[in-house]
Design a protein. Structure first.
Length: 296
């Protein structure tokens, strides 16, 4: 078993950390939100007062943070965490950030004698809780093999996308598709119910037809259709609108850099931006249904 430091105990990070505890790893935790740290400590983790204290003696450091700026601030600079992590440790960042940020942090880690992987995840909060996440990994193969037993405690699928930053690129493509998919599904459900159809019946029909998709079958956005999804609890928890908007922004940046055309991705980004501007930024991204069907 490994001595692991876990930084970032949000909706995704907290259940991931708990699964490491269940697997028997020794776990130190840190988050700026104290109740999140206290909850993990109650489950058996060692609470740390600072990120620097959390990584002391750690063989593996895992971070799960909202955006590039948070990852860069945590690791880089004179007071960055890379200076506090012991030589030879493995650093795994599971945040979804810009590929260039992932590359910059990995280069700085290498200069300090630290192996680093970008390993963003897919599967949502349900997958994080169940330990069935998909890890999309960028970095060197030997580092991935070292990380594999730890990742396997939190996920079911582990893919090596390529070198540093490749995990982030693949995740950005995936989340752009998810944002488009959810907006399209919400639009279809809004249209069907506006014409008198029952959302559950329509969902069942589409799940057995050519319109079937992950959002429909696992993360349905219409209240009352599916239990244990954000739509069943007022769109609380889950993957926030502003986080989806951030990821769609990363896709737009990548498209600009490579002169790629992403008209549907840009349309989805505009829809989520409009939804966020209306005060829904902290709600789960499936709440885009509310933008398209005002009575929900």
């Amino acid at each position: 078993m490994s001595r692991i430091a876990f930084i970032g105990l949000g909706n995704m990070g907290a259940p991931m950390a708990l699964n490491l505890l269940k697997a028997g790893h020794t776990l130190g935790v840190f988050d700026l939100v104290k109740p999140a740290v206290e909850k993990a400590a109650q489950a058996g983790a060692k609470a740390a007062a600072t990120a620097q204290a959390c990584v002391a003696g750690a063989e593996i450091v895992i971070s799960m943070l909202p955006a590039s700026i948070h990852v860069e601030t945590l690791y880089l600079g004179e007071s960055g965490l890379l200076r506090a992590i012991e030589g030879g440790a493995l650093v795994i960042d599971c945040s979804t950030i810009a590929p260039q940020s992932a590359k910059a942090v990995a280069q700085a880690a290498a200069a300090r004698g630290l192996a680093m992987l970008d390993a963003p995840v897919s599967g949502g909060t349900a997958g994080a809780a169940a330990g069935t996440l998909t890890f999309i990994v960028g970095g060197d193969a030997p580092a991935l093999e070292r990380a594999r037993p730890v990742l396997a405690a939190m996920g079911k699928n582990i893919f090596h996308a390529g070198g540093h930053g490749a995990g982030q690129t693949a995740k950005i493509c995936n989340n752009m598709m998810l944002g488009i998919q959810m907006a399209g599904l919400a639009e279809a459900l809004a249209l069907g119910t506006a014409n008198g159809l029952d959302a559950k019946v329509l969902s069942e029909i589409m799940s057995k037809s050519s319109g079937r998709n992950w959002a429909l079958e696992v993360y349905n956005p219409y209240p009352g259709v599916m239990e244990n999804v954000p739509a069943a609890r007022g769109y609380s928890g889950g993957f926030g609108v502003d986080l989806m908007l951030k990821d769609l922004g990363l896709a737009a940046e990548s498209a600009m850099a490579t002169r790629s055309s992403i008209p549907l991705g840009e349309l989805a980004r505009n829809l989520y931006a409009l939804h966020s501007a209306g005060g829904a930024g902290s709600l789960d991204f499936s709440s885009i249904l509310r933008l398209l069907k005002r009575t929900v």
